[in-house]
Write a protein that binds this ligand. Structure first.
Ligand code: G4P
Ligand code: NA
Ligand code: NA
Length: 189
């Protein structure tokens, strides 16, 4: 997605250690026009699928998912990271974050994910893929079908993409980044 590449080149801040800061247009302040374009690109990428629900994870996956849900007129379920009171009403699993070096739990209410649902998962970043694989586990627990996963930015130098492909998951990343270092971003050719 050229528009997004250009925006990352102009407004993204890159650091040694492979971190890309997109706070000024995605993660902290966000550009709704860009998000709308991102959602339209996801519509095209997944137009061959018969999806009835979009699933994402808080926080940064919610904005693109809502705009995609609006475009497709589909409900958006967001997986939560805060422990609910009535645990038995939720599917849950543990996720290890490499970026933060800690394990956290994720939760989705059993009411909002059912057998026979055909879902796609949307998130802002694909890094190591742990959050995505955690959500895949919840979808399986519910007996729903995971038809694909869409990411705004894939850090292709981390192992997430290969891990998802190894699980047979269809992966659509709008921008793929080959390498990041201080003040330099190389995209996958
Ligand atoms: P993984 O799920 O792919 O294994 O990723 P990892 O644990 O490494 O990443 C943890 C969090 O950091 C995720 O957000 C992920 O989206 C985000 N992240 C990973 N790499 C980058 C990056 O280079 N730049 C930015 N801005 N974010 C990155 P999260 O903690 O789940 O939280 P939220 O921000 O969506 O609330
Ligand atoms: Na995220
Ligand atoms: Na994030």
């Amino acid at each position: 997605m050229e528009l997004l590449k250009e925006r990352i080149k102009i407004d993204g801040e890159s650091f040694d250690g492979g971190i890309l800061n997109v706070d000024s247009f995605i993660s902290h302040q966000l550009d709704p026009i860009l998000m709308k374009n991102i959602a339209e690109e996801f519509v095209k990428r997944f137009e061959d699928l018969n999806v009835n629900k979009i699933i994402t994870i808080e926080t940064s996956g919610i904005a693109p998912s809502i705009l995609l849900g609006l475009a497709l007129e589909l409900p958006v379920v967001f997986v939560k990271k805060i422990e609910p009171k009535n645990l038995d009403e939720f599917y849950s699993t543990q996720v290890y974050s490499f970026t933060k070096d800690k394990t956290y739990d994720i939760y989705v209410n059993k009411q909002y994910l059912s057998e026979g649902d055909n879902v796609i998962f949307i998130d802002d970043f694909l890094a190591n893929g742990n959050a995505a694989l955690g959500v895949r586990y919840l979808v399986k627990e519910a007996g729903a079908n995971l038809l694909g996963m869409g990411f705004i930015i894939e850090k292709s130098f981390q192992e997430g993409r290969d891990r998802l492909l190894n699980h047979g998951i269809r992966v659509e990343s709008l921008v793929r980044i080959d390498w990041i270092s201080e003040n330099s971003i190389e995209f996958v050719k």
